[in-house]
Design a protein around this ligand. Sequence first.
Ligand code: EPU
Length: 454
Amino acid sequence: MSQVQASPATPPRLAEEADVVSVHGGKPLVGEVSVRGAKNLVTKAMVASLLADEPSVLRSVPDIRDVAVVRGLLEAHAVSVTNTGTDELTLDPRSVKSAHFAEIDAHAGSSRIPILFCGPLLHQLGEAFVPDLGGCHIGDRPINFHLDALRAFGAVVEKTPAGIALKAPHRLTGATVELPYPSVGATEQVLLTAVRAQGVTELKNAAIEPEIMDLIQVLQKMGAIISVETDRTILIEGVDSLSGYDHRALYDRNEAASWAAAALATKGKILVKGATQLELLTFLNVYRKVGGEFTVTDEGIEFRHPGGSLRPTVIETDVHPGFMTDWQQPMVVALTQAEGRSIVHETVYEKRFGFTDALNDMGADITVHKEGIASITRRVPRRALEQAAVINGPTPLTGANIRVPDLRGGFSHVIAAVTAQGESVVSNVGIISRGYEHLWEKLEALGASFELGS
Ligand code: EPU
């Protein structure tokens, strides 16, 4: 029986606050889920509202912890954030002011987004402060590209024990910035800074993820002049001021891919309402090669296990339009059920296979090679980031006590527990609510059986 209920001993107040879940696995997930705006766009669009001299309206905002963190940071800077509909926020920056250190520090460690406040705050206030940054434990996640870009615009950057203090002695000026790697965050940093800088900015080797294209649409609605060339070059003509925007966020394709993998791993069938094909082209190719079936409709995309066996595959994570790093963890769970040897190369982060230990505890046969596998021709060779996971399948999974390491790894652990025969106790699941909206309600609707505790 499905039950989104607290364990009697330690009941969490809300499902999202649960920290432990007992899962009774072995049942396919069947049904439908809806996905709202992308975590990795919504949070950035919220920051973009800071650049305006009037309110903005953002729609399809998911109820996730990362949105709450950015809301807290905006409110700390006296931006008024109001719920004006079930999933709509109105963000009014007209009283923006510097935040107290304690208010910013309260959010330190819980998100990577504070770094993106720099450009907008430098334009609005002439100064900005960034606390120590958090995010998932998936590697070093340095911010050198961000700081180099901000310096190129004329910002003065001072590192202090508590964080980074930035000042704009004069109006920031457009710059030529060439990123050493098409970093998503650094591309957003340049966009959010260049739109109000004096003069033209040329950004080379930019990231071109769909969430970035959606952010560009937000900025264009605000009055920005941005052109995207075909060779990862983005040109931005700075303007003196920007107006508010009214925007419906692009759907969360990472959540959609997660549910797609869950359908495959559990031999189920899930209609992901709100998903569209274009942003998932690369994922859908891999899904099909593995043997997964899907149907695209106006309503969304239905993902199905074909019955019979799945095929192994070789995947290399990459920047867009490659196979996203955020898709590999749930797909690895599905690949434990494929007939034969699969290989997943992770080229974006250096520590994104930590979640596979728990899968092995459940009966999977996964070996992580720190140096990658030399016999495979690498399309994107990246220094130390050469690890590969070799997955031999199919291996039946059985319930175990496991601990969630990070957001995407956490979703994968829950899906592995739903796939496994018997009971699993999965701890530290609270982290999953950073990026997956109403996970437990959705799992219940899909027929999963579990109890939540704290
Ligand atoms: N990098 C640097 N220096 C920098 C910035 C990045 O060396 O200044 C390196 C990173 O260490 C990493 C690579 O560049 O090896 C890629 O990092 P990127 O900047 O592209 O990632 P990000 O902006 O920090 C966003 C998403 C991630 C997603 C990546 C890749 C947000 C809030 N986060 O991170 O999402 O995996 O892009 O697409 O947008 C997630 O949703 O779980 C998540 C981790």
